[in-house]
Structure formats: structure tokens, C-alpha cells
Design a protein around this ligand. Structure first.
Ligand code: ATP
Ligand code: MG
Length: 215
């Protein structure tokens, strides 16, 4: 039975290439330059489907893909239903942080029990984080460029992913609190793992071996 792997282009695809290579899989095209959404590989029985990062768990949950690679941020928002998550791949690493404009006294705002307006793409993670701290928040859902929100008065703080910190610095924001360390995980459709164990297990094992070697 053929194997379908869901990947998003950009950093996930790029950092997954060495893992695919370890499993003997070489994509026949690069999704960053090709417009194709289904990409073949050197193996007739393995194909890649190119999806938006936040859609990866959905494709795997419904079995449209057997395997996928998704950030922990995306998996937390999705909830993980129907997914087996056997491996932290250690790729696409970053941190989910609370960030504020330079000069905003976050500690004082928290201490005095101020109600905070929080702009984020990560509603679930943000809601849980502030609820655990006992901070009252109004969450404002955004789909892109959270950094802009506090600069134009849309929000007091943001919850966003930070890797180098360059985007925060360029917009005079500072990270004040870590919510979670993020990296990408392998996800597997639970039913597919039972029905296609012979095809999927070697790929999972090869990924695990490659992760152990590079750790
Ligand atoms: P889209 O760009 O389609 O809105 P996205 O920003 O989630 O979605 P990517 O930019 O491809 O998609 O990021 C994919 C994954 O890479 C994220 O879900 C996250 O796990 C990880 N990642 C690592 N570093 C960063 C970063 N600095 N910013 C955003 N995502 C990052
Ligand atoms: Mg992006």
C-alpha cells in the first residue's frame, strides 16, 4: 500500500529532507519552487502532500496522509485527536513566548491584576497559559504578524514563536516569558499504523535512527 506524508513547505520541509534521506526517500521536486501539491519521490510507493503548517494534523487525523510533521505549537492548537505522536524530531526549534513593547512593565501588570489584551495565533496555548497564572485576558485572534498588534494599540502583549529574536528587536518588542519550548513532531494516523504497519514502521524507525544520530 502506498504511503502518503504531509509536510509544509519552508523550514519544516527543509529540515525534514535529511530525515527522509535516512529513510531512503528523496523528493522529486522542491515545493518552494514547484507549484505541485502532490510530489513524488524516488520510491514509487511514497508520495508527499504539501499543506499549510496548521493543516498538517487535520490531513493526518482524517487519514488523507498516513504520516506528517508538525510543530508542537500546531499540535497543541489541534488537540492531537486521532494522532499517534511517536517522535520529537528536534527540528524547527523555537520557543513560544509572551512579548511586550519595550517599556511595558509586564511584571507590574501581572502583579496588579490588570486585564491584558493578548494578540495571538495560538488561542488555546495562550488561554491555558494565562489561566494557569491567574491573569485575566482578552484574547484577540490573528493569523499573521502578531508583532504589529501592540505597536498600533490592538493589544498590550502578544504570544508568538521566537527563534532568533530578530523580528521582535526590529519592532522594539521584548520577550518576557517562555510558555513552551517548541520543536516538530512526527505524527501518525492511528488506523493507518495498524493497517499499514509493514510500510510505515520502517519509515518511523529510520526517522528515529536519524534523530538519535544527530542528537
Ligand atoms: P503560515 O506561515 O502558513 O501562516 P506557520 O508560520 O505556522 O504558518 P511556518 O512558518 O512554515 O508556518 O512554520 C512552521 C513551523 O515551524 C511552526 O509551526 C513552528 O513549529 C516552527 N517554527 C520554528 N521557528 C519558527 C519561527 N521563528 N516562527 C514561526 N514558526 C517557527
Ligand atoms: Mg510562517
Amino acid at each position: 500500500m502506498p504511503v502518503t506524508i504531509a509536510l509544509s513547505k519552508g523550514r519544516i520541509f527543509d529540515e525534514t529532507l535529511p530525515l527522509l534521506a535516512a529513510a531512503g526517500i528523496a523528493p522529486s521536486e522542491n515545493p518552494d519552487t514547484s507549484r505541485k501539491l502532490i510530489i513524488g519521490t524516488n520510491r514509487a510507493d511514497v508520495r508527499l502532500v504539501i499543506v499549510r503548517a496548521s493543516d498538517t494534523p487535520t490531513y493526518v487525523e482524517y487519514g488523507a496522509a498516513d504520516l506528517g510533521i508538525a510543530g508542537k505549537d500546531v499540535l497543541a492548537e489541534h488537540g492531537g485527536a486521532g494522532l499517534y505522536q511517536p517522535l520529537d524530531l528536534g527540528i524547527a526549534a523555537c520557543r513560544m513566548m509572551v512579548a511586550v513593547p519595550e517599556g511595558f512593565d509586564y511584571a507590574a501588570a501581572v502583579r496588579t491584576g490588570a486585564r491584558l489584551r493578548v494578540a495571538t495565533k495560538y488561542m488555546r496555548a495562550a488561554r491555558e497559559h494565562f489561566a494557569a497564572k491567574g491573569v485575566h485576558v482578552d484574547l484577540i485572534k490573528l493569523y499573521g504578524s502578531m508583532e504589529l498588534a501592540p505597536l498600533v494599540g490592538l493589544a498590550d502583549v502578544i504570544v508568538d514563536l521566537v527563534s532568533s529574536g530578530n523580528t521582535l528587536r526590529a519592532n522594539r518588542l521584548v520577550a518576557v516569558e517562555e510558555i513552551a519550548k517548541i520543536s516538530a513532531r512526527l505524527i501518525v494516523n492511528q488506523a493507518a499504523l495498524k493497517l499499514k504497519r509493514a510500510e510505515l514502521q520502517p519509515v518511523i524507525d529510520a526517522f528515529a535512527g536519524a534523530v538519535a544520530t544527530h542528537a
